[in-house]
Write a protein that binds this ligand. Structure first.
Ligand SMILES: [Zn+2]
Length: 183
């Protein structure tokens, strides 16, 4: 299932941004986000450019705000998710803008002007989430339901039955259920 190529990309990156930059638990273990050079390098690898520490910290704060969208949908509170997305669109000054650069055809960008690199980035991610939340697929955002994991995901399966952040968590839960049955 595809929303469309831009939305898929934006939502996938929103998931990665939240899972990389927000603390919690991951696949049964405590998760602490990277800091300093490690954070810089992982953001560079994710395509966010050469962020200085201040900009990376802004992005870390916005990642916590993006997490609220996933958590609200997971709790069935679509209203709260919608309000949070509107808040993010506001603070990042998101707005559609046709752009053409590097010999590419005209294409839509979703960030305002004059913001930080982080705000520009999150404007695009929040727009992607807005497209999903405003569609029939609004329940496709979620938080892993495996024990000791709170990583987020977007469900792109055909049936929309995904409940876990990863096959690792899915297998953990399957194994536990199998052991429980054996007792
Ligand atoms: Zn998980």
């Amino acid at each position: 299932m595809n929303f469309n190529s831009h939305t898929d990309l934006a939502v996938g990156l929103a998931v990665r941004t939240v899972n990389t930059l927000t603390p919690g638990e991951q696949r049964g273990r405590p998760y602490a986000p990277p800091e300093g050079k490690a954070r810089h390098d992982v953001l560079l690898e994710m395509g966010m450019g050469d962020l200085d520490d201040r900009d990376a910290s802004v992005l870390t704060e916005l990642a916590a705000e993006l997490r609220v969208v996933f958590a609200s949908v997971a709790e069935g509170d679509i209203d709260a998710a919608a309000h949070q997305i509107n808040h993010l669109l506001e603070v990042t000054r998101a707005r559609p803008h046709l752009n053409r650069h590097d010999d590419e055809p005209w294409h839509l960008h979703f960030h305002g002007t004059g913001g930080t690199v982080s705000a520009d980035w999150v404007a695009g991610l929040a727009t992607g989430l807005a497209v999903v939340l405003g569609s029939e697929f609004h329940e496709r955002l979620g938080v892993c339901t495996a024990p000791h994991c709170d990583r987020v995901y977007v469900d792109t399966s055909r049936n929309g039955t995904r409940r876990f952040c990863s096959t690792a968590c899915q297998n953990r839960v399957k194994t536990a259920a199998f052991r429980a049955r054996g007792r």
